[in-house]
Write a protein that binds this ligand. Structure first.
Ligand code: NAD
Length: 510
């Protein structure tokens, strides 16, 4: 098989194709530029799948399904064990690909990959998680059990910000549950996703069980309308999540669509402010704020805590190192595209115009040697109010906004009234306040002195309100539920010669 690294060349620029039926495939049709966001240069061209190419991938998955669904779970799991080893052995190469196209620094890319690997580890427990439920003697010689059968061909559509991890929230668990998968990753940073899929084949996956089609709306719409796709998992922005959810449902598909976020951290007057500053600086600016769990709003209770937080944060931000992905000592890198960089800058402009105080301004940052990169420096904005556009909308950049309130109740109301409900956190030394907060706040993932409460792989990930459309969270136990269909079987093996008479009333155990 040709590796994603040695993919076809087009005018000396590497072309990224698709992975269909276990082989890298190239098809004529439209392409799009892939950038190195650190240098601002075009590094590759990605092929955008047309309807026929997506249908080819669906057909490959459908053909692989009958044999795969009957492969013992323990054998499916063994492929995941080998996959995990290959991911670890090739970690540097994967992080290099992430850095080149996403821009995140290799220490951060390693963290992303490790979180993805943990989802593979969870998938290694396939025989355990698929054991089902059994009740003996629910009636005379009658046993009843529930088993969890795969759905068939399922699809995943993923965002740019975690090109390795988010696809691994989906297909490892979907596949060990016996499904075949068609993945449509982000067209902005496709290479690590494709390379990881190749590794899964190297681990022994039968052809067609995982297929990767690169593309844009045409590819997504084909998946949403094709009758052979039983379920769709989506992670990305809220407007697209809503579209995916309603279209998938209208076409009779099961769907979970995870959307955008605005994650608030409450800083209580009793908090250890130095610790809160350290946690906030990492969670607000890590990965340039391009995380759906990034803490983008600090809600500080009381002016004393507010003043202390802002001045200590301002001081701490003087040491932030922003630059190219390849320099490990950098704290964070560029944004994904020039357009996104400009959009983030325009949110800072709007906050300023609406009366907020720009305490640290990252708009004019220059990174030596990378003057054309898509950089914005860490930005701190104080005196933000809920009516401001920069507060209402997801910025998805290295911008921390401070909202000042007088009480914890006021802080919680602010969070509850926001349209998003992905993650939140409280910094406090007061156990009672923390317990009240976690019990009552209208948000799906809550941290107590934990800035990025991303659940481990054996729990599940998801937000509330307009951060998740659907009933089930991603990965972990909810992932198993999402990718399987319960079947309940009631059986009787009467003793030889025993005959039951006809029974016209509803059978009971009375
Ligand atoms: P995006 O919504 O632009 O794209 C996500 C996917 O949808 C991509 O594969 C893209 O090709 C596809 N897509 C884009 N426009 C489409 C359209 N009109 N029709 C059909 N498909 C379309 O998101 P992004 O910019 O890649 O990622 C950033 C967003 O993802 C942020 O809002 C972030 O909060 C969110 N996100 C959420 C989570 C979560 O778990 N809730 C995790 C990561 C990222």
């Amino acid at each position: 098989m040709v590796s994603a690294h040695q993919a076809e060349k087009d005018d000396s620029v590497t072309v990224v194709g698709h992975l269909i039926n276990g082989e890298l495939q190239y098809r004529s049709g439209p392409t799009q530029d892939v950038y190195n966001p650190s240098s601002g240069e075009v590094s590759k061209h990605i092929q955008l799948a047309r309807k026929e190419t997506v249908e080819e991938a669906i057909a490959a998955a459908e053909a692989a399904f009958p044999e795969w669904r009957n492969t013992p779970a323990v054998k499916r799991a063994r492929i995941m064990f080998r996959f995990k080893e290959l991911l670890e052995q090739n970690a540097e190469k994967i992080c290099q690909l992430i850095g080149e196209e996403h821009g995140k620094i290799s220490h951060d890319a390693m963290g992303e990959l490790q979180r993805g690997i943990e989802n593979v580890e969870y998938a290694c427990s396939a025989p355990e998680i698929l054991k089902g439920e059994h009740s003996k003697n629910v009636g005379p010689s009658i046993d009843c059990w529930s088993e969890f059968q795969p759905l068939g061909v399922v699809a995943g559509i993923t965002p740019f910000n975690f090109p390795a991890m988010v696809p691994m929230w989906m297909y490892p668990v979907a596949i060990v549950c016996g499904n075949c998968f068609v993945l449509k990753p982000s067209e902005r940073d496709p290479s690590s996703t494709l390379y990881i899929a190749e590794l899964l084949y190297e681990a022994g996956l039968p052809n067609g069980v995982l297929n990767v089609v690169n593309g844009n709306k045409e590819a997504v719409d084909t998946l949403l309308h094709d009758e052979r796709i039983q379920a769709v998992s989506f992670v990305g922005s809220t407007p697209i999540a809503e579209y995916i959810y309603s279209t998938a449902n209208a076409n009779g598909k099961r769907c979970q669509a995870l959307g955008g976020a605005k994650n608030h951290a409450i800083v209580m007057p009793d908090a250890d402010i130095d610790n809160a500053v350290n946690q906030l600086v990492g969670a607000a600016f890590g990965s340039s704020g391009e995380r759906c769990m990034a803490l983008s709003v600090a809600v500080v209770v009381g002016d004393e805590a507010g003043d202390a937080l802002v001045s200590k944060m301002q001081e701490r931000m003087k040491t932030l190192k922003v630059g190219a992905y390849s320099e490990i000592s950098n704290d964070f890198g560029p944004l994904i595209t020039r357009e996104h960089r400009d959009k983030v800058a325009s949110y800072i402009d709007s906050a300023e115009e609406q009366g907020a105080s720009i305490i640290v301004d990252g708009r004019d940052i220059k990174v030596e040697g990378y003057e054309d990169g898509f950089f914005i420096g860490g930005t701190l904005i104080d005196n933000v109010t809920p009516d401001m556009v920069s507060y209402k909308e997801e910025i998805f950049g290295p911008v921390l906004q401070v909202v000042r309130v007088n009480t914890m109740q006021e802080a919680m109301e602010l969070i509850d009234n926001h349209e998003y409900g992905n993650g939140t956190c409280i910094f406090t030394r007061d156990g009672e306040a923390a317990r009240y907060f976690s019990d009552n706040i209208q948000v799906g993932m809550v941290g107590i002195n934990i800035p990025l409460p991303v659940p481990v792989s054996y729990h599940s990930f998801g937000g509330w309100k307009r951060s998740l459309f659907g009933d089930l969270f991603a990965y972990g136990p909810d992932g198993v539920r999402f990718y399987t269909r319960r079947k309940t079987i009631t059986q009787r093996w009467p003793s030889a010669g025993v005959r039951e008479g006809a029974q016209f009333s509803m059978p009971t155990m009375k």
